[in-house]
Design a binder for this molecule. Structure first.
Ligand SMILES: [Zn+2]
Length: 114
């Protein structure tokens, strides 16, 4: 007999996850203990001898998605940093060209003065 808190389908981002028997996991909510209210995936055959004993907290699954998002942000920040580096180099080149131009003007002026 399944607990009344069991949900047979999970259609939020990514769909349901599979247990070791390659079956859709059932979602349960903890009713007692320090983890009350926490939801977890469990093998649909957990109370039978064929069960694979699959068990996973749902916020653990969410946490790995969050970690992936952080990794993507970190990657974007690295790319942004390299763009800023290139911009800095470009500014340095522009500065160099400007000083070269000033030097040429000074040489021309000196040429006419002398
Ligand atoms: Zn299973």
């Amino acid at each position: 007999m399944h607990s009344s808190s069991a949900v047979s389908s999970w259609n939020s981002s990514g769909g349901s996850i599979k247990c070791g028997c390659n079956m859709d996991c059932v979602i349960y909510t903890t009713r007692r203990g320090e983890n009350t209210g926490r939801r977890f995936y469990r093998c649909p055959r957990y109370n039978t001898p064929e069960t694979c004993d699959f068990f996973k907290w749902i916020d653990d699954a969410t946490q790995s998605t969050v970690n992936l998002t952080y990794q993507a942000i970190a990657l974007q920040e690295r790319q942004l940093a390299s763009v800023e580096e290139q911009l800095k180099e470009l500014k340095a080149i522009r500065c160099y060209v400007k000083s070269l131009f000033v030097t040429i003007i000074v040489i021309i002026v000196l040429y006419f003065v002398i």
